[in-house]
Design a protein around this ligand. Structure first.
Ligand SMILES: Cc1cc2nc3c(=O)[nH]c(=O)nc-3n(C[C@H](O)[C@H](O)[C@H](O)COP(=O)(O)O)c2cc1C
Length: 192
């Protein structure tokens, strides 16, 4: 199963990318999961002009990211909370591609803040965004308050107590993501 971790902060001096790296480190223990990080800072997407598949002249970075999304079976969307929502880079990204890159795929919601609340408002906004993509939001979300006390810049876990949150989130997310993936594998076998 191809799992792509979308790191949705493009801010200069950003802090929340450490959580995307931390999840990459954590999910590496699952040998059946092929991990990719789609760091939106690495794939500049112009402020929405047209859906990539209809755009007369899509940028190479848009085409490249589109291939990663297309090959993904499931996603983790990792975003800081900005003014009560997810980042504009994340919205711009999902609007730029067809729903087909996300539809019928499981998406895990991960929100991140430096403060104590962990981004619940952004998480709730993503619970509305994901069905709009015809994707399936995992009910158990990961909220990461005080992120700089939990992960270092390389994504190493520095708060051992937080491991139980990761374990629980991963168990619930993988249960859904694998079920959806297996269903699609079966359908693929029947149609080929
Ligand atoms: C534009 C902006 C809006 C923010 N809004 C919120 C917010 O609504 N709730 C919150 O808990 N923190 C908020 N913060 C604080 C962020 O949690 C903190 O700055 C975090 O480091 C942002 O992630 P980043 O470093 O990857 O940009 C905001 C930060 C910025 C830059």
């Amino acid at each position: 199963m191809n799992l792509t971790i979308v790191s949705a902060s493009t801010r200069i001096g950003r802090q929340s990318h450490r959580v995307a790296l931390g999840l990459k480190n954590y999910f590496a223990q699952f040998s059946h999961v092929n991990l990719t990080i789609a760091d939106l800072a690495d794939y500049p997407i112009p402020l929405f002009e047209e859906v990539a598949q209809r755009h007369p002249n899509p940028q190479p970075s848009v085409i490249e990211l589109g291939k990663i999304l297309h090959q993904s079976d499931a996603f983790l969307f990792v975003t800081p909370e900005y003014n009560g929502s997810y980042t504009p880079a994340l919205k711009n990204m999902v609007d730029t591609y067809n729903k087909t890159e996300f539809a019928r795929k499981a998406i895990g919601i991960v929100t991140v803040t430096t403060g104590g609340l962990g981004g619940m408002r952004a998480a709730m906004q993503m619970q509305q965004l994901i069905p709009a993509l015809f994707a399936i939001a995992a009910p158990h979300m990961l909220l990461v308050p005080h992120m700089t006390q939990k992960f270092d810049e390389e994504g190493n876990l520095i708060d051992e107590h937080y491991l139980k949150n990761l374990d629980h989130f991963a168990k619930e997310f993988l249960w859904l993501a694998e079920a959806v993936y297996e269903k699609k594998q079966k359908e693929h076998l029947h149609t080929n």
